[in-house]
Design a protein around this ligand. Structure first.
Ligand SMILES: Nc1nc2c(c(=O)[nH]1)N[C@H]1C(S)=C(S)[C@@H](COP(=O)(O)O)O[C@H]1N2
Ligand SMILES: [Mo]
Length: 260
């Protein structure tokens, strides 16, 4: 299992490396044009959840990097400054009134302030963020392991997924404005590198990168890593949420399991 996972990761990393001068920091070598990076990411995107789950063992860690490999700030992408009134209101008071809600199939629903989250044991990791658009960025993330919160909330026996509901509204001409949302399975939710990050490169997480709280799901592509998290709901079925495919981008055709 480990061997297979390594082979796959090497395949992707190798192909990505071959087409770009350097993997450190952020880059978008070909802008909007076709690139082999993009093709590789798209190939990864089209493998099925089942196949990828066989390749990725449950405990495999994503690669972690050294401080010296952080070359630029984390490139902000997608929503970078939500206009939503409730978000602006919280931001104007530095998120002092923010409460992360955890509900759904849990025995003990939680509401936690940022101070309470920061007082919990934290994890810091330097990892590479890969966007499906074909750029990557190495950054240092600090936050609370999601597993610790789920343990505190006592996840029920029928739980299968964790849904992240976000503050930011995506403008979409076809369906009208909808809120960004995402979901992962419990296996990824309990993975040791899955953290709710409030810190980036040693500073408070900036608004551009998802303040006050964003998730890191290090073995998947960037769009899985919901920013501006308002609440977390533990669920057994994705179909009742959003367009039913488990995420904003999934409802627009991207794969739900975006393993890298
Ligand atoms: N709420 C929310 N989360 C989001 C997005 C978004 O638009 N809104 N964009 C996603 C995409 S496509 C990427 S690549 C990353 C970008 O994270 P960054 O801005 O910290 O680089 O956030 C992901 N999470
Ligand atoms: Mo992305």
């Amino acid at each position: 299992m480990t061997r297979l996972a390594l082979t796959r990761r090497h395949f992707l990393t190798g192909a990505t490396l071959a087409s770009t001068a350097s993997l450190a920091g952020c880059f978008d070598p070909l802008g909007d044009r076709d690139s082999s990076v993009r093709n590789v990411l798209e190939t990864a995107n089209s493998l099925t959840y089942r196949a990828q789950r066989l390749l990725l063992g449950s405990d495999d860690l994503a690669r972690e990097y050294a401080e010296s490999e952080i070359r630029q700030p984390q490139r902000p992408n997608g929503s970078t400054n939500p206009r939503d009134a409730d978000y602006r209101d919280l931001a104007s008071r530095n998120f002092a009134d923010y409460r992360l809600k955890i509900s759904g199939l849990v025995e003990t629903p939680l509401e936690l302030s940022l101070d309470e989250l920061r007082a919990m044991p934290s994890r810091t990791q330097i990892t590479r963020h890969d966007c499906v658009e074909g750029w990557s960025c190495i950054a240092k993330w600090t936050g609370v392991p999601l597993a610790a919160l789920l343990r505190q909330a006592r996840v029920g026996p029928t739980a299968r997924f964790v849904l992240f509901e976000c503050f930011d509204t995506m403008e979409n001409g076809f369906t009208g404005p909808v809120k960004y949302y995402e979901s992962i399975d419990l296996r990824d939710a309990l993975h040791p590198q899955t953290i709710l990050a409030y810190g980036l490169n040693g500073e408070t997480l900036p608004v551009a990168n998802g303040a006050p709280l964003r998730v890191r799901v290090e073995r998947q592509l960037g769009y899985k890593m919901a920013k501006y998290i308002r609440s977390i709901v533990v669920i057994d079925d994705l179909s009742g949420h959003g367009g039913g495919n488990g995420g904003y981008w999934e409802d627009r055709g991207y794969e739900w399991f975006a393993g890298i």
